[in-house]
Design a binder for this molecule. Structure first.
Ligand SMILES: [Zn+2]
Length: 219
């Protein structure tokens, strides 16, 4: 996501509507066809998206090194919003020293990493790019599922933000979490998944429809 100039942004918390061993939560009913959405990846030969297995709890680790003071609240709020929109369940499993990289990804189940990165680590964050996120898919053709992912947020950008810019910081986090679970960019400024997404700071109707589909995949 591109950022504008502006303000800024451990534990074990379960979010979502069911405990990890409980019934599979259903994504919410949403209005269809009233917005725009796209997927990061679709199954071979179909329009069905690649997403996380909705029966799995998605474990999330944070690297607090370089993170803004409000990083716990930003992450908790973002995960709660994605959980509400998809039915996917997230569990924060603590902090980690792992650093983000989009070059060395191995397709095995491991916690999602959320970290505040430097340009040296993630050169794609140069310029006005405030964050980058993606997940790693694995499985049989037609049945690919994400098994882990990375959210890298621009340390310098978040450092430049002040307390009054918290909604903008949250919007960056929420946009990147949208990528994490499988939403791609759209050319519609009414959606948070617009590449620049400066016209709105919360998920739009198409974002919500796409996320409901991502939460409604087969287990
Ligand atoms: Zn983006």
């Amino acid at each position: 996501m591109r950022g504008s100039s502006g303000s800024r942004a451990g534990g074990r918390v379960t979010m979502g509507r069911a405990p990890p061993d409980g019934p599979v939560p259903a994504p919410p009913a949403v209005a269809e066809g009233v917005g725009t959405y796209a997927f990061m990846q679709t199954q071979r030969g179909s329009d069905d998206p690649v997403g996380y297995d909705p029966c799995r709890v998605i474990e999330v680790e944070i690297n607090p090194d370089g993170a803004p003071a409000q990083h716990d609240a930003l992450v908790d709020t973002g995960l709660a919003r994605v959980s509400a929109a998809t039915g996917l369940r997230f569990e924060r499993v603590g902090t980690t020293g792992r650093r983000p990289s989009f070059d060395t990804v191995s397709p095995r189940r491991s916690p999602v990493l959320i970290a505040w990165a430097t340009l040296d680590e993630v050169p794609e964050l140069a310029g006005d790019i405030a964050g980058l996120a993606g997940s790693v898919s694995w499985g049989q053709p037609g049945q690919m599922r994400y098994v882990t992912g990375t959210v890298a947020l621009d340390r310098d950008y978040f450092d430049s933000l002040g307390p009054a810019d918290l909604p903008m910081a949250q919007a960056v986090v929420d946009h990147e979490l949208g990528h994490l679970v499988g939403l791609g960019h759209v050319d519609d400024p009414n959606e948070l998944m617009h590449e620049d997404s400066l016209q709105r700071w919360t998920y739009g109707p198409g974002d919500r429809e796409g996320m409901a589909r991502l939460g409604n995949l087969d287990c």
